[in-house]
Design a protein around this ligand. Structure first.
Ligand SMILES: Nc1nc2c(ncn2[C@@H]2O[C@H](COP(=O)(O)OP(=O)(O)OP(=O)(O)O)[C@@H](O)[C@H]2O)c(=O)[nH]1
Ligand SMILES: [Mg+2]
Length: 586
């Protein structure tokens, strides 16, 4: 890093304007891409990008940072040659002080916690200097102010005190500065309190070593005494100034950090800030897309379960329906045999009593059939109810497993609260609905409702009596007309009008009518139950689809939007990195 700082090169200066334009374009493009994150785009990140954009055309900003009491304000005062900033033994600086060049000493509050001061010092013609509140003080907002300001700096002058060089909390704060891609120069202040040169060298080396291990390369380290420097300035004592270590800092700031290097750092600062912001959101986009891929999986799984439910219902319904039909077929067979047996000349006498024949029919043909049909229909209803419950249970169980798994994954982080909240809420709502459906599922009520639907369907037919009185009535009704007819036949027979041939014809007709009625009954029963099963499948499917519809929509729109944002971020980041390499190279 320092190698770069020391290189002198004029090329960059000439191309600065062009580089600034290109960089500004990329920054705008990045800001645009980040809008895809909607409310999840943090206000601070948006602000940082705006500041980075503004900083491109601004003055070079040297930010002096470090722990409270390390002597930041004193160091700046020494550089200015005058006690412009208040110094103190307790946490002193309580706002960010922006020092600009001006013909005289003034101060003006720009906003809360930001004070602008002017001073005629020559140094300020080259760069603006910022004094910050110390970190690691009991007054936490001081640290916040500094932390907030760090991303805006073009170069950080980090002041550590010789009596406690490179503390753990300094290391943590420095790591943050590093993560913003900042160049850092170290000042070890208060070396006057050290006994001799050996101690001084030891402290200097200690700071350099730790800084190198943290930053990956050895930064410049300046051991100084701000106290001696200020005294030397006041006394116009050049050797004293030299001995204070400040001549070296001055040399560094004005010579090593020449115009060219300042332009380079100025161009790099917004690049590094936006690369960091872009990286955070790119990661967020990936992470979300990964989550959404799991959501797609969840939805596909629910769809599969629904399709399987549909198929199973239809498949299992068939043998149940076949059992019902068998009952009806058997009754039909008995009925036909019954008419063969009873509608005969030899039986003519017994046919005259409609009560007798009715009883015989009920006993021999109808028998237990209505009860057995009822039982079978009841079983079908129970089966529908159970299957409906099961499909919800399956979905509930699945979503539950998903939620447990996701819980273990941990949350996605700061960026993405809204996304996570929405997604979670939608997933939860599917889970909640299925859980509620399962826990409040009332088998009895569902069965009753279904049974009444089935009955309602029967009621529309000529076989309305099925429910109330039983099939017997229907059958007798079917036979009823025949009985009347048969009675007519009996009359004819009694009148002995050679009616023998009439009997077979009547029998055929009765049988045909009976078969017709049976066919109607079978058709009606099949149609009703089939329709009911389809209706139930349709309703369950619809309810489940309705429950997951918002979740599905969320996943689809988010996926499309995020994929686009991620692609754009990858492109912009790549362009930013290449521009950074170009600036660093030149
Ligand atoms: N011995 C010695 N004391 C110094 C030196 N520089 C500053 N001090 C003292 O250290 C104390 C803190 O100095 P400041 O300049 O206020 O420190 P700061 O880092 O600005 O402190 P905050 O504004 O509170 O963060 C003061 O009492 C200074 O007099 C130095 O070089 N040697
Ligand atoms: Mg201070």
């Amino acid at each position: 890093m320092i190698g770069r700082l020391m290189r002198r090169n004029r090329i960059l200066g000439d191309r600065a304007a062009d580089l600034r334009v290109r960089e500004a374009e990329l920054l705008d493009r990045l800001a645009n891409a980040l809008e895809a994150f909607g409310p999840d785009l943090q206000a601070t990140d948006r602000m940082r990008l705006t500041q980075a954009r503004e900083a491109l055309g601004g003055f070079f900003l040297l930010v002096v940072a470090g722990e409270f009491n390390s002597g930041k304000s004193s160091v700046i005062n020494a550089l200015l040659g005058e006690r412009v900033l208040p110094e103190g033994v307790t946490p002193t600086t309580d706002r960010v002080n922006l020092l600009r060049h001006g013909p005289e000493v003034t101060d003006q509050l720009l906003r809360e916690h930001l004070l602008e001061r002017t001073h005629p010092a020559e140094l300020l013609r080259e760069l603006n200097v910022v004094d910050t509140p110390g970190t690691n003080a009991v007054i936490r907002e001081h640290e916040e102010l500094t932390r907030d300001f760090v991303p805006r700096s073009d170069l950080i002058l980090f002041v550590t005190s010789a009596d406690r060089p490179f503390t753990e909390s300094e290391r943590a704060f420095l790591a943050e500065i590093r993560d913003w891609g900042k160049k850092i120069v170290f000042v070890v202040n208060k070396v006057d309190i050290l006994a001799d040169d050996a101690d001084r060298t030891e402290v200097e080396e200690y700071v350099r070593r730790n800084a190198e291990s943290l930053l990956g390369e050895a930064p410049p380290v300046f051991p100084v005494s701000a106290r001696r420097a200020l005294a030397a300035r006041a006394a116009d004592d050049a050797p004293g100034w030299e001995a204070s270590g400040f001549a070296a800092i001055e040399e560094f700031l004005l010579e090593t950090l020449d115009e060219e290097e300042r332009v380079r750092l100025k161009l790099l600062n917004p690049l590094n800030v936006s690369l960091r912001v872009a990286g955070t959101y790119r990661e967020t986009a990936w992470e979300r897309l990964r989550l959404l891929a799991e959501d797609v999986q969840t939805i596909a799984n629910i769809d599969t379960q629904l399709a399987a439910f549909h198929q199973e219902m239809l498949r299992d319904f068939e043998p149940r329906m076949a059992r019902l039909e068998l009952l009806l077929n058997e009754m039909e067979a008995r009925g036909l045999a019954f008419f063969d047996e009873y509608v005969r000349i030899g039986r003519i006498r017994s046919l005259t009593s409609s009560d007798d024949i009715r009883r015989a029919f009920e006993r021999e043909v109808v028998g237990e059939t209505p009860q057995r049909i009822e039982d079978e229909v009841g079983r079908i209803i129970d089966w529908i109810v159970e299957r409906n419950l099961k499909v919800w249970q399956d979905i509930d169980g699945y979503i539950d497993r998903r939620q447990i798994a996701r819980h273990q994954e941990g949350m996605v982080g700061e960026v993405g609260r809204t996304f996570n909240y929405n997604r979670q809420a939608l997933l939860d709502s599917v889970g909640r609905l299925s859980r509620e459906t399962v826990s409040s599922y009332n088998r009895e009520a569902e069965s009753r409702a279904l049974a009444s639907d089935v009955q309602g369907a029967f009621a529309q037919t000529a076989l309305a009596e099925v429910g109330a009185v039983g099939l017997g009535v229907v059958m007798v009704g079917a036979l009823g007309g025949s009985v009347a007819d048969v009675t007519g036949i009996t009359l004819a027979a009694t009148l002995a009008v050679g009616g023998l041939y009439v009997i077979p014809a009547k029998r055929r007709r009765v049988k045909a009518q009976f078969q017709h009625k049976m066919e109607a009954l079978r058709t009606r029963l099949t149609e009703t139950l089939t329709r009911q099963v389809h209706l139930e499948i349709g309703q369950s499917t619809e309810r489940i689809n309705e429950a997951i519809a918002p979740y599905r929509r969320f996943v689809e729109t988010q996926q499309a939007g995020l994929a686009k944002a991620r692609d754009e971020l990858v492109v912009v980041e790549d362009a930013l990195s290449r521009l950074r390499a170009e600036i660093e190279r030149s």
